[in-house]
Design a protein around this ligand. Sequence first.
Ligand code: ES4
Ligand code: ZN
Length: 326
Amino acid sequence: VELGEFVAGLPKCELHVHLEGTLEPELKLALAERNGVDIGQRTVEEVRGTYRFDSLASFLAVYYPAMDVLVTEQDFYELAHAYLVRAASQNVRYAEVFFDPQVHMGRGVPFEAVVRGYHRALQDAERDLGVAGALIMCIVRDLPADSAMEALDAALPFKDLVLGLGLDSDERGNPPAKFAEVFAKARDEGLHLTMHCDVDQENTTEHIRQALEDIRVERIDHGTNVVEDPRLLEIVRERGVGLTCCPISNGFVTGDMKAAVIARLLRDGVRVTVNSDDPAYFGGYVSENLLALARSADLTPAELVQLERNAFEIAWLPDEQRARYL
Ligand code: ES4
Ligand code: ZN
C-alpha cells in the first residue's frame, strides 16, 4: 500500500486544532457577506494572498481580524460543522478542539452563542458523521489574567459543554505562571488542563517547567523543546504527559517542521501525537500533517499507527469509550 493510502485509512484522533483556524476562505467570504463585515478581500485568491506567515506574530495578525466574520450561534455551528466534515473524510474518529472565547466576547458575542454553536455541531457530527468530540476553551495569553478569569467564569455555567482549559496565542512575555490562579480554579471545577508551549519561543524550557511542575498540566501543546532538558523529559515520560505536535504549523512559524525531534520522541516512547493546529491557514489537515512528518522523518506504517495510539491514549476520554478506539 502506498503511504498516502495507508495514512488515509488509519483511524485518527485529533487533539490540537483551533476551530477558528479551520475557517476556510470560502466560508470566511460567505460569513463576511452574510454579516456585512468588510474583511478587505472579495475573492478566495485575494484571501489566500494574505496568508504569508513566517512567525507566530505574522500569523496571529491575520488570524484574529478574520474572526470578526463569526457573529451568531449559527456561524459558529457552520464553522465547526465544516471542520468535522473534513475530519470525517480523513477518518478522524475523535477530536478535542480548541476555541478562543475571549476574542469573541471582546467583540460583544456572548460566550453562550459560541459554545452552543460549537457544541451542537459536535452533537450532530457524532450522530451523522461518526466523529465524536469535545471542546477545550483556550485562554488568550497576551490578554490580562483578569480577562482570562472572566472567560473562565463565563464558561462555568456551561461546564458540561467544556472538557478542558488550554492556553494559546503569543507566548512572548506571557508565561504559564501568569495564569496560575485561573488554571487552579479550572482544576477545582473539574476541567482538564493543557497549555501551549510553542516550539522555539523565548524561555521555552522554563515555560515547559512551569506548565509541568507549577500548573501540573496533563498535556502540552507542541512542547518538543522538552528534549533540551533531561529532567523535564523524565517528568514527561514518568507521568505519561502527551505532546500534541503540529509539523506543518511548526514549519510556518519556525521554518522547520521539527520532524526529527518528533520522530526521536516517538521512538523513545514519549506520547507524541500529530495534529493540524490551524489547517485552513497552514494548508494541511491531520492526514497531510502525518504524511509530511512520515516523509520527512522516514516513519514506518507501524510508527504511524503508534502516533494514533498515543493520541487515543492521551485523549480525555472515559476508559470504556477509549477502549472502543484502541
Ligand atoms: C496558534 Cl500556531 C498558534 N500558536 C499559538 N496560538 C495559536 N492559536 C491559534 N494558532
Ligand atoms: Zn495551537
